[in-house]
Structures are given as structure tokens and as C-alpha cells.
Design a protein around this ligand. Structure first.
Ligand code: DIG
Ligand code: MN
Ligand code: MN
Length: 392
């Protein structure tokens, strides 16, 4: 057993649609035979994963009869029992079927919006049956190309009404789920509403059941928008709204690549893992670590399992390196060098007239502070050396 082999406590999960992806892309047919959900469960268990996630139609084909649905679910539950794999998260496919070509919750046709609610309630029923306590909403088709088609405020209001309605359904059913909203700026729609995690955090504050709704940020989606993924995740953590996370790799300025975690921007992945694991001292993230990622189209199924192992192994390597980095005395010295507890105490705990007077009378030598070097070049070089394995 290597230090970097996954264990149950790592909480690593994969979607059925990730390691089950047969390698189709917009410009090519599948390159691998389809692997059924029960074999995916067995394959993920063999790789050391903790859990498996699913859209409704990853397991139950669109339009399946109730009898067929029950048979499929029963067989899937047997595979879960056989392997011990859990189902921490479920979601709805509101983007593949042509009925959703103009959106789901935000579509102009109220029959489409009604069908999206109906399909999502049934997907929540399925998720609850499998033990999922997190329900993700990714509005892949909630957007536009011909933006004249609707007032964007109507789209925003329809989305809010749908989430409010489904929160009430979840409460009435007693499912005890938390909702996690996933942002993406574009693709497959020309523009997608609520394009970043920041937009989602504000949207959540307008909901009737705000406490049960958080976010599911994805690396590729925030990087596509040219944003710092770690900063956006940090904002969600600071608001206690990081309910789930989609980990993968992405090159800046590309379509949504959903690459193996850590395969591209290792420094960004390191800083993300450092944040999630709290090695700098903040509270760690304790939810599922979900790899919403896909193997290269060049791979056979063995290559897909290598991809899955690589996602988990890289996360654990980076966790080990983040622990060493924040335990490095020189790193701690540089970060602590600007510490001033007496002044810090004035800035915490809110306003008081006494504090205001004390702050106004504080003698701060701005020129001297302005001249001081902060040694961040050395700090970042230490990070690079820890990452490259020559320190730590
Ligand atoms: C794409 O990033 C989306 C879908 O794969 C799924 O609905 C969601 C859950 O991870 N992510
Ligand atoms: Mn993606
Ligand atoms: Mn995702």
C-alpha cells in the first residue's frame, strides 16, 4: 500500500458518465465499447474510489418503463452492496434530450419547464433511493445564442422559481438533501445564465430556502472564464456554501476539457488542494472529492482506469506536498513576518467608538512599510521547489 493509494477516508468519487464515457466527442464517434453502470461500479471499487455519482439517465434510459427502471435500480443497488461503493451525489440530465434545446428551467415554453421539474423530481426520488444527500444542478442548456429570445430577467426568475419549488419538494419528501449549483460560462450554449460560482452565490442569497442550497464549482468552468478557481472556491468556503466540488484539469482559453485532475496547471491544483485540506490553518473541506473528468479519447478502457487512478494519486501527492510546504519553517517565517497581533485585534470583532479613536490615533509609518520587501519571490520559489520535489 503506497502513501498515495486512495482509501475510503479520501472521499474520492467519479460520475458514471466520466469513466463510462465511450470517447465520443463533437467530431468523432465512440472509440470504446460502452461499459454498463454495474461494471463501472466494480471498476471504480477496484481503483479505490469511495463513491459513484449519476445523472438519472446514466442509469435509467430516457423513457424506460417503471418496471424497467425498478429492475435497473435493483441491479445497481446489488453492485453497490457487493463493492461497498456509496452514492454521495445525484443529478438530472436536463441537457441531452432535444426537448431541452432551448433550456430546461428557463425555456420559453412552459411545457418544457414543467417537464424539467417533473424529470428533476423523479431524479431526486432516484437519488434518495440510492442514498444521495447532495443534488447537483448544472444548467448546461440554461442560456442562449439568439439573446433576443427572452428577457434575461425572465430566465433568472424562472431558475429561482424552479429551485424554490424543488427545495420545497425535497423538504416535503424528507430527503434531507443539500442542493449544489454548478456554474459554467458557456458551452453547449453560446452563453449560459449564472456563469460563475460568484453569480451562483448571489443567486442563492435570493432563494426562499437559502440554507439548503450551496455550490458545486468545477475547475474547468471557472478557468474557462479566466478566473482563479482557488479564489472562487475560497469564497464559497468562507460563506459555508461549498457543498460539493468538481475536480479536473483545464488549459486556459480552451473549450471545457475536463482533463485528468492535476494534468495541466500543477501550481493551481497545488494551491487548490492546500486550500481544501486546510494545511495553511483554515477549516478544511469535508465533502466528496468528485472528479468530473474524462480520459483522453486515445485510451482503451484500461487507459480509462489509469486516468481514474491518476486523478486520485495526483490529489494525494499534492496533499502530501501542501502539508510539507506549510510545515516548512522558512515558508511559515515569510508568511508570519508581517504579523502584528496588537493591530490585528483592533481590526477584528467589529466597530466600537473606542476602536475608531484608537485607529485614528495609531502611528503608522507608511513610508517604512512601503519600503519593506515581503520576500514573496522567495516564498513562491519555495513553492516551486516543493512542487518539483527538491525540497520538503
Ligand atoms: C458538467 O460539468 C456537469 C455534468 O457533468 C453534471 O451534471 C455535473 C455534476 O458533476 N457537472
Ligand atoms: Mn466541465
Ligand atoms: Mn461538472
Amino acid at each position: 500500500m503506497s502513501l498515495f493509494d486512495p482509501v475510503e477516508e479520501d472521499r474520492f468519487t467519479f460520475g458514471l458518465w466520466t469513466v463510462g464515457n465511450p470517447g465520443r466527442d463533437p467530431f468523432g464517434e465512440p472509440v470504446r465499447p460502452r461499459v454498463g453502470p454495474n461494471d463501472i461500479v466494480r471498476g471504480l471499487a477496484a481503483c479505490g474510489a469511495h463513491g459513484v455519482n449519476l445523472h438519472d439517465n446514466d442509469l435509467v434510459p430516457f423513457g424506460a418503463s417503471a418496471r424497467e427502471r425498478d429492475r435497473i435500480v435493483k441491479e445497481f443497488q446489488a453492485a453497490l452492496a457487493e463493492t461497498g461503493l456509496k452514492v454521495p451525489m445525484a443529478t438530472t440530465n436536463l441537457f441531452s434530450h432535444p426537448v431541452f434545446k432551448d433550456g430546461a428551467f428557463t425555456a420559453n415554453d412552459p411545457k418544457v419547464r414543467a417537464f424539467a421539474l417533473q424529470k428533476t423530481m423523479r431524479a431526486m426520488d432516484l437519488g434518495a433511493e440510492l442514498g444521495a444527500k447532495i443534488f447537483v444542478f448544472w444548467g448546461g442548456r440554461e442560456g442562449s445564442e439568439a439573446d433576443a429570445c427572452r428577457d434575461p430577467r425572465d430566465a433568472w426568475g424562472r431558475m429561482r422559481d424552479a429551485i424554490d419549488f424543488l427545495c420545497e419538494y425535497c423538504k416535503e419528501q424528507g430527503y434531507g438533501m443539500k442542493f449544489a449549483l454548478e456554474a459554467k460560462p458557456n458551452e453547449p450554449r453560446g452563453d449560459i445564465y449564472l456563469p460563475t460560482t460568484g453569480h451562483m452565490l448571489h443567486f442563492i442569497s435570493t432563494l426562499q430556502n437559502e440554507a439548503m442550497v450551496g455550490v458545486n464549482p468545477e475547475v474547468a468552468h471557472e478557468v474557462m472564464a479566466g478566473l482563479s478557481f482557488a479564489h472562487n472556491v475560497a469564497e464559497a468556503m468562507a460563506c459555508d456554501k461549498l457543498f460539493h466540488i468538481d475536480l479536473n484539469g483545464q488549459k486556459i482559453g480552451r473549450y471545457d476539457q475536463d482533463l485528468r485532475f492535476g494534468s495541466e496547471d500543477q501550481k493551481g491544483a497545488f494551491l487548490l488542494v492546500r486550500l481544501l485540506e486546510g494545511t495553511l490553518g483554515g477549516a478544511p473541506y469535508t465533502g466528496p472529492l468528485h472528479f468530473d473528468a474524462h480520459a483522453y479519447r486515445s485510451e482503451d478502457q484500461d487507459g480509462v482506469w489509469e486516468f481514474a487512478k491518476g486523478c486520485m494519486r495526483t490529489y494525494k501527492i499534492l496533499k502530501h506536498k501542501a502539508q510539507a510546504f506549510d510545515a516548512d519553517p522558512e515558508v511559515r517565517d515569510i508568511i508570519q513576518a508581517q504579523r502584528d497581533d496588537a493591530v490585528d485585534a483592533l481590526l477584528c470583532g467589529g466597530y466600537s467608538p473606542e476602536k475608531a479613536q484608537e485607529l485614528k490615533s495609531l502611528d503608522i509609518d507608511a513610508a517604512k512599510i512601503g519600503e519593506r520587501g515581503l520576500r514573496y519571490e522567495r516564498l513562491d520559489q519555495l513553492l516551486v521547489e516543493h512542487l518539483l520535489g527538491v525540497r520538503g
